[in-house]
Design a protein. Structure first.
Length: 385
């Protein structure tokens, strides 16, 4: 017995709830091969399944197919399509879809939240503010999701106080404050170098027991780095376990960068040990931050020691070699600097202009004119090979 349209729609809707977008599309194709005619509900269920599966291309394809069959999209169709546009990074397309929705259907809170999320992903804070105005004109509730997206979009706003004002509005209007709201606000404050406001916001979230997530902690530490407050960055990192957060390598790297920017090589080495013990194997960003701090502190012995330790694992990054070479050169350890250049070639790394420049400078300064030509040929050999 052939399936009826209701049976097909029920099956596709079940696939959507189970987040099985491939199955939903397969069932839609099965319907199209049958005698039944798909309706808006059919396409909406399939589009929602694809949206949940982050298959934005399929969502927009389904929107086009719906229109080509002479069907009129409803608010559910637009919700899924606008959300898919946001995932694609096509916020302008999402705004055009919202405009179409305003003409053909009645956009609701979910529709505007989808458009705001698209603006958030693309940092389009002016469009987000426009959407907020439209929501208020339509007397739609501006909830936590909307405020989080608006504040996230304001990370690109040159006026940091806009994000802080939005957070206060969310609180006064009874929106549920959560970690994502505070994290978005802290990220926005980072761009304005307002570490004193960021510190106050961090203390406020702690008193409300709504702590930021790891992205929020990273934003705090980056703000500290930009205003040379390395002690504050370390303090923030050490508070993460109390919030039941385990800093990963990326979070630890922000703290390493904060200390490294202030030439705090001792603290950087201690943090590197923490990365080994808690977060796992340090990456190239970790090593670069440590080497940079050692170079600034003229700690050439420690830089070489770290470089030797790195050779027991994966091949060290070129930046690690270059920084160690600079540390030796700035400390007048020219023989070791030249040895480092040679070691880079043995490690099958391609020396860059910095490597060649340091090597030639050391040769010329110490009267090794003949050696400079030979060394340059050796350094350039991997490039011409």
């Amino acid at each position: 017995v052939p399936w009826s349209l209701v049976t097909h729609n029920t099956a596709i809707s079940a696939s959507e709830r189970a987040q099985q977008w491939k199955q939903a599309c397969s069932r839609l194709h099965g319907l199209q091969r049958s005698s039944a005619e798909a309706d808006v509900i059919t396409y909406n269920s399939a589009a929602s399944a694809c949206e949940k599966g982050e298959q934005w291309e399929h969502v927009l394809t389904l929107l086009g197919a719906l229109r080509s069959r002479g069907l009129t999209p409803d608010v559910i169709t637009y919700d899924a399509s606008i959300s898919a546009s946001g995932r694609r990074g096509a916020w302008q397309w999402g705004m055009r879809l919202l405009s179409s929705c305003q003409e053909q259907a009645k956009p609701n809170k979910v529709t505007y939240n989808a458009a705001l999320s698209a603006c958030d992903r693309c940092g389009e804070w002016t469009a987000a503010v426009t959407l907020l105005y439209q929501m208020r004109v339509r007397t739609l509730q501006v909830d936590r999701i909307a405020y989080t997206a608006m504040i996230g979009a304001c990370a690109e706003c040159p006026w940091w106080h806009v994000a802080l004002h939005l957070l206060r509005s969310a609180s006064s209007e009874g929106a549920a404050l959560d970690s994502r709201l505070y994290t978005s606000t802290l990220t926005a404050l980072q761009g304005g170098l307002r570490w004193e406001f960021a510190a106050g916001l961090f203390c406020e979230s702690s008193s409300l027991r709504v702590m930021p997530d790891l992205f929020g902690y990273s934003a705090l530490m980056r703000t500290a780095e930009l205003v040379h407050k390395w002690e504050w960055a370390l303090g923030v990192l050490r508070q993460a376990p109390a919030a039941c957060l385990r800093p990963d390598v990326a979070t630890q790297n922000v703290a390493l960068g904060s200390c490294g920017a202030c030439s705090r090589w001792y603290e950087v080495l201690a943090l590197l040990q923490d990365v080994h013990e808690a977060a796992g194997q340090p990456d190239s960003t970790s090593v670069t931050a440590v080497m940079s701090a050692l170079e600034k502190g003229r700690q050439w012995e420690r830089a070489l020691s770290l470089l030797r330790d790195l050779q027991h694992g994966p091949t060290p990054h070129m930046i690690a070699f270059n920084t160690a070479i600079l540390a030796c050169s700035s400390s007048r350890q020219w023989i070791l600097a030249l040895a480092g250049c040679g070691e880079m070639v043995l490690q099958v790394l391609q020396p860059d202009s910095l490597t060649c420049g340091v090597a030639l400078m050391e040769c010329e300064q110490h009267g090794l004119h003949a050696s400079s030509a030979r060394l340059l040929r050796r350094l350039l050999a991997p490039v011409s090979a």
